[in-house]
Design a protein around this ligand. Structure first.
Ligand code: PLP
Length: 384
């Protein structure tokens, strides 16, 4: 099979599996004082340092969570403190192309949330951002580093400067960017940053919120035993977090080489697709994009039918929008970019990873010709 759905989840890296197996075999509660507990604590703190290194942060700044969804929910609160002082946020601004876990707005009430418009390439409208922030006293802004559907990369440093000049704080969902493009928290200017283990080759169900060291969320989501510096109570999932740490380290050390290789394969794919179907549209192509992601639509082609046809040929693709419970929904990302619903409903996401080989790309291009021409012939009324 050829797997092209790395933005949904990546296969587990061998180093992550090894770290998990060892942690499972050794056991221990990281809060216990005895030798077994101290060993578990050692594994947990090693993972924390590995995750921190991925984003150039201090290990103390890493709060482990059950994933990026929880990290986003933890970050998006009015009850922020900065520099040891209360700094409550009066409004939340989220870009229109955020992941649903950010669009949900955390603990902000719906009437406190504004949506930042994007241009036809999916980039945040910086003039609109500046104008909208003027309406808030102490805004919190959430913009993702790279979009999960299109791969479009936001100018986070520029956005951070605008936000900070407006007395604001910036949260960055770096789930899709981390491990693929530079993701140094200080260089980005992010005050809070979310990560997910399973996009990096770690297990699912683990993630982190990384905070600027002087930022504090005064209302944690889960209270109890005081683990994770009181931000998240409950015995830590040491095996999963050990896997996350190992994956983060592998992603950091392999990033540059992997990115160059993936970009070359992605370019080969896009060239092949546009040569075979010149009418194909590649969304966000005029903006900076991740090296691994292509979101493509062919007028008249329905994503659902195409996905099944490719699946039967041993190729795993995704429709534009992440389909949470298997259902394909219209993409809010493409809608925000002003894409016609008919074209958006045909969007196919092709995402590559560190194990993608040239033979996978050739397999997809060979299948592309037959699948697309067969399906377009079957839907002549739409294709016309
Ligand atoms: N943010 C983005 C941009 C994502 O792509 C995803 C996963 O699809 C998430 C957040 C959620 O991550 P998790 O699966 O760890 O909750």
């Amino acid at each position: 099979r050829a797997y092209f759905d790395w933005n949904a989840t990546a296969p587990l890296r061998a180093v992550a599996r090894d770290a998990m197996v060892e942690a499972l075999a050794e056991g221990g509660n990281a809060s216990s004082v005895h030798a077994e507990g101290r060993a578990a604590r050692g594994r947990l703190e090693k993972a924390r340092a590995q995750v921190a290194a991925l984003v150039g942060a201090d290990a103390k700044s890493v709060i482990f969570t059950s994933g990026a969804t929880e990290a986003n929910a933890l970050a998006l609160t009015p009850a922020l403190e900065a520099g040891g002082r209360k700094a409550p946020r009066d409004r939340l601004f989220v870009s229109a192309v955020e992941h649903p876990s950010v669009l949900a707005g955390g603990r902000f009430a719906p009437e406190q949330i504004d949506t930042l418009p994007v241009d036809a390439n999916g980039l945040v409208d910086l003039d609109a951002l500046t104008a909208m922030l003027a309406k808030a006293e102490r805004p919190l802004v959430s913009v993702l580093l790279a979009n999960n559907e299109t791969g479009v990369i936001q100018p986070i440093r520029v956005i951070a400067d605008i936000v900070h000049a407006a007395n604001g704080l910036l949260h960055v969902d770096a789930v899709q960017g981390a491990g693929r493009i530079p993701c140094d928290m200080a260089a980005l200017g992010a005050d809070l940053l979310s990560l997910s283990s399973h996009k990096l080759g770690g297990p699912q169900g683990a993630g982190a919120l990384v905070r600027r060291s002087d930022i504090h969320m005064a209302d944690p989501l889960i209270r109890g035993g005081g683990q994770e510096r009181g931000y998240r109570a409950g015995t830590e999932n040491v095996p999963a977090l050990a896997g996350f740490g190992a994956a983060a380290e592998a992603a950091r050390t392999a990033r540059e080489g992997d990115s160059v290789r993936m970009a070359a394969l992605r370019d080969r794919l896009e060239d092949g697709i546009t040569a075979a179907t010149p009418e194909a549209v590649i969304f966000g192509a005029a903006a900076p994009r991740l090296p691994n992601t292509s979101l493509v639509a062919v007028p008249g082609l329905k994503a659902e039918t195409a996905l099944i046809a490719f699946d039967l040929k041993g190729i795993a693709l995704s429709s534009g929008s992440a389909c949470s419970s298997g259902k394909v929904q219209a993409s809010h990302v493409l809608a925000a970019m002003g894409v016609e619903p008919a074209l958006a409903s045909g969007a196919l996401r092709i995402s590559l990873g560190w194990e993608t080989a040239e033979t996978d790309v050739e397999k997809l291009l060979t299948a592309w010709n037959t699948v697309v021409s067969t399906l377009l012939k079957r839907q002549p009324n739409i294709a016309a």
